[in-house]
Design a protein around this ligand. Sequence first.
Ligand SMILES: Cc1cc2nc3c(=O)[nH]c(=O)nc-3n(C[C@H](O)[C@H](O)[C@H](O)COP(=O)(O)O)c2cc1C
Length: 376
Amino acid sequence: MNALLTSPNKLKLGLFGTNGAPTMSTVPEIWRPDWARIVEVAKIADRAGLEASLGYARWKGYLPGMPEAGVANIMDSFTWAAGLSQVTSYTTHIATVHGSVMHPVLAAKQCATIDRMSGGRFALNLVGGWNALELDMFGIELKEHEARYDELEEWVQILDRLWTSADEFDFEGDYYRVAGGMSRPQPLQSPRIPLINAGGSDRGLDFATTYADIGFTVPQMVGLDAKKKVDEYRASARAKGREIQLWTYCAVVQRDSRAEAEDYLHHFTVDHEETELADAWQANALKAIAHTTRISEDDIRAMRQRFVASSGGPILLGTAVDIADQLEEMSAIGLDGVLLIWPDFTDGITRFVAPGSVLTELERRGLRQPFDQSAR
Ligand SMILES: Cc1cc2nc3c(=O)[nH]c(=O)nc-3n(C[C@H](O)[C@H](O)[C@H](O)COP(=O)(O)O)c2cc1C
């Protein structure tokens, strides 16, 4: 049973990136991928009925010569998802793959294996890759933007056939050639394991609405009309006779008063910003977005604090009621799900799911139902 698809909640929730370090801060409590802490947080989320936990994919950071810095220190999201599936019973675990660095024959089998291990609680986030530094390690050149999606289209077509085809098949494309393709076991979920895609450009949006079950997007980007962006995804999917969900992610800074939350945000994102890393991220991001007309360089600079706090999502700030207000706004613009990031996931999720806190507020507003533990 895959909670991404079966959850009755109007606003679905999950964790984003416990396999790595999504926050660029030097405070001592900052999250680092420590397995015991990851398991503890996953179990809290599972007991509270959070639908999703997504691990992102990173092979190295943005900063040559600092192998331990921030996002460079990240666990592989496939083995992470497989492990977590064995200590949880409701949450769906999502791995992220860069199509260009993992052959679809390998990915099809790994995904089907985790799908069977987890009892159908697995999904795949498919990305084209953008960080040339990490592709250099594979000896792969970062393709020009449109070609990345051309390659990804072939990749996903092969994956789909490996997951569903009764017979062996041949595939001859511009990027892949598969002779006598087959994969067993095939996934438990039918017709297939849900796919997620986080493309943001026009081509990315078209790819997501053609192939994905969930578009993972940041509509509340500085300089964008959030509702318009969400509507664009829906219209594009419907024009193809499809319905897809739309999810986003954000940082949460929850305290007993708004002033305390503001102080803590300033403390971990400004006083203790991991500045060298944030500078390197910014320089890299500016190069990476050169192809897209949607995000300007000024917007990116304005978003630096958001990247330090949450790898770019909005920052939800304040008391439990304030946080619920902001989540309600996200639901109102048409988002189906939100993945959450805390500088310290253990502290953050504990506050969030406590009786009378954010989950209770969301239930009071009809955005979520009290979690039925028999669903686990
Ligand atoms: C929510 C979200 C999650 C992403 N996760 C990853 C990731 O784990 N690894 C990665 O290399 N890129 C990741 N990306 C980057 C996207 O794959 C993509 O490169 C970016 O959104 C730009 O889209 P475009 O190529 O359509 O312009 C993510 C993007 C978003 C919005």
